[in-house]
Design a protein around this ligand. Structure first.
Ligand code: IYR
Length: 223
């Protein structure tokens, strides 16, 4: 085909049908073992593991290939403490100050979450994902970004899956509101805090709510 821009051949791996299904099932069973974790070990995790997870996230498809994400990696105790203090302050207003609606409380009850976010100081790493609402050219001009939420959401999904593949755990924590993360992480105004990820090993005695996933016939409609 004739192009006006550079194109290269692309030939993704192919498998026979039995192998396709075997691989699909193996991947499903792998991701089906993932759970969000709120009880972490303080055991050190190599920085390279988190870098690899961000490299995986960075492969996500994005609107107009604008890759509108930025991952901030925090490993120092003082910054983790500042994030915990600020997150708990906001969450106290949610849980104890009545900012959560009764409907929201009911929805959250099975998770038994509270305003205590002690895990933010236990984990070896905190990763904060920021979404670039718009780009900035070197001269300061704004570049419109497309499908920012979709793009960053997919990147975060890959990030979570990569951590799980390495035997690490995380939690999609969205302290509400989370503007304090822009200040603590010194991020510019075009970046909006998107999700905060505590990253580490699950504590040996970690527990998770006994939840089940909805069956395929509720997730998939054959039209
Ligand atoms: N941000 C709060 C509340 C919370 C909200 C949802 I939706 C959850 O799935 C879990 C918690 C908190 O972090 O506790």
């Amino acid at each position: 085909m004739e192009h006006t821009n550079p194109f290269v051949p692309y030939a993704p791996d192919r498998y026979d049908e039995a192998e396709m299904i075997r691989r699909g099932r193996e991947f499903f069973e792998h991701v089906d073992r993932r759970r969000s974790v709120r009880f972490f070990s303080d055991e050190a995790v190599p920085r390279e593991c988190v870098e690899l997870a961000v490299m995986a996230a960075n492969t996500a498809p994005s609107g107009a290939h604008q890759q509108p994400w930025k991952f901030v990696l925090i490993g120092d105790a003082e910054t983790k403490r500042r994030i915990r203090v600020a997150a708990e302050e906001e969450e106290r207003q949610n849980y104890e100050g009545g900012r959560l609606t009764p409907e929201w409380r009911t929805a959250l009850a099975p998770l038994e979450t509270t305003s205590d976010k002690g895990y933010l100081e236990v984990v070896p790493w905190i990763v904060v994902c920021f979404a670039e609402k718009y780009g900035l050219r070197p001269d300061g001009a704004r570049v419109k970004h497309y499908y920012v939420n979709e793009s960053v959401g997919i990147a975060c999904g890959l990030f979570i899956t990569a951590l799980h593949t390495m035997g690490l755990s995380t939690l999609t924590h969205t302290p509400n509101p989370m503007a304090f993360l822009s200040e603590i992480c010194s991020r510019p105004g075009n970046e909006r805090p998107y999700i905060l990820f505590p990253v580490g090993y699950a504590a040996p005695d970690a527990e998770v709510p006994d939840l089940t996933r909805k069956p395929l016939d509720e997730a998939l409609v054959h039209f």
